[in-house]
Design a protein around this ligand. Sequence first.
Ligand SMILES: O=C(O)COP(=O)(O)O
Ligand SMILES: [Mg+2]
Length: 217
Amino acid sequence: MQTVIFDLDGTLVDSAPDIRASVNKMLAEEGLPDLNLPTVISFVGNGLPTLVRRVMAHFSIEDSQFSRLNARVLAIYNASTYEHTVMYYGVREVLSILHAKGVRLGVCTNKPEEPARHVLDALDLTQYFDVVVGGDTFEKRKPDPLPLLKVIGETSLSDVLYVGDSEVDAETARRAGVTFALFTEGYRKSPVEDMPHDMRFSEWREFLSVVEAKKVE
Ligand SMILES: O=C(O)COP(=O)(O)O
Ligand SMILES: [Mg+2]
């Protein structure tokens, strides 16, 4: 593989606790009760605007409030210190090995680009990536293949691997025509068998051998 592109939330980082904290801060300002972690996780995957719409539907909040509440959650999240966001065990080792081998690394997430960069900075991961694309970088977001194809650029599709945790990622890879590795311990909602994938792994320390085994098959 010449290029490996990673999803962010639920793949490289367990970011849901801080997403939840930002949503709950907005809800408190609106006089509404907290959401628990599994509920917030079930709303993650299609980008922040969709998450806010799902929160609004949960509380039957009128559509007219969308712009205000979306801006508020983004502002709270951007200002947060991401103290509850952690890398999955083994991620840094994989990134540093691939980086040292000269593999081109990228991030293609539906998280807005600004907080995506903040999170990578906060965890000292920015150094590994040549390119970072968020849900608001282009006019379309995953599962549209456009952002992934933009990250891939001139590289031949057969030399690219996309790594993600969700139904959205699996569909994006399929529509882009790119090999897909599924991290099974992120924020997926469906059984693994229902999610198209070329390879899968449940621990980052297995990742390189899973990719290697698939190559020789
Ligand atoms: O922000 C989201 O909804 C999901 O982000 P992800 O694409 O990095 O999983
Ligand atoms: Mg994800």
